[in-house]
Design a protein around this ligand. Sequence first.
Ligand SMILES: NC(=O)c1ccc[n+]([C@@H]2O[C@H](COP(=O)([O-])OP(=O)(O)OC[C@H]3O[C@@H](n4cnc5c(N)ncnc54)[C@H](OP(=O)(O)O)[C@@H]3O)[C@@H](O)[C@H]2O)c1
Length: 235
Amino acid sequence: MADWALITGASRGIGREAAARFSRAGWGVMNVSRKPCPVPGVVNVEADLSLPGWEEKVGAALKDALGPGGGRLSLVHNAALYEHDDALSLSAAHLRRVLEVNVVVPARLNSMVRSHLTEGSSILYVGSTLSEKAVKGAASYAISKHALVGLMRATCQDLVGMRVHTVCICPGFTDTEMLREHIGGNQAILESVAKRTTFGRLINPEEIADVLFFCANTPVLNGVVIHAHLGQIES
Ligand SMILES: NC(=O)c1ccc[n+]([C@@H]2O[C@H](COP(=O)([O-])OP(=O)(O)OC[C@H]3O[C@@H](n4cnc5c(N)ncnc54)[C@H](OP(=O)(O)O)[C@@H]3O)[C@@H](O)[C@H]2O)c1
């Protein structure tokens, strides 16, 4: 009975490193993203989580790969949109698009995997430091990352008796394409961002992958928010 990790957004960044971490430990890994995960052996479900149609693809892949009565499942809600916007000029269409990928997809995936949640399974949410605070110019992201904490806490309560645990892991500034794209590829900004941790460097995505893997294997961490930000300096 193999253990499986189902990770959204493992084509790059934190998700890719999480796929590598679970895979090294002998877990089967399934990725859902538009581009494939480069880690050998990963089952790729190529789907756009912002468009209808992904549920059928993921449902079929789950049925094929996991089957009934399998080992543990760790569902890692990692894929997200991070866009520049403003709380006072958000359009409904824009906000709905971000909430769809960042919040609605995780909620739908939870219900799709319900029958695979054997004892010791876990549902891990990748939040952000913006799960518990906001900064200027990132309204839809902050809204969605706060909502994930609510979804995680509700998940914990609704899993009562199943011996399945859930955690929201909140990374700080992590050196991925998402961060680099968000700051427009500006090296000077990247260096100033790195100086905003007490260690004076960015977090490596592998470090967040290790935290995710640890959480998957640590059921006493249940219903909680874990910050992994290398001592972010508040200004
Ligand atoms: N990097 C940071 O500093 C940081 C800090 C705090 C929190 N986080 C959180 O960490 C998680 C991973 O971030 P990252 O930095 O690794 O980001 P990333 O490098 O941009 O990776 C994001 C992943 O999400 C997938 N994705 C995005 N839109 C998708 C869509 N419509 N359908 C399917 N997949 C989609 C992408 O895959 P495709 O493009 O192949 O579809 C990609 O694999 C996110 O939840 C992010 O909010 C990151």
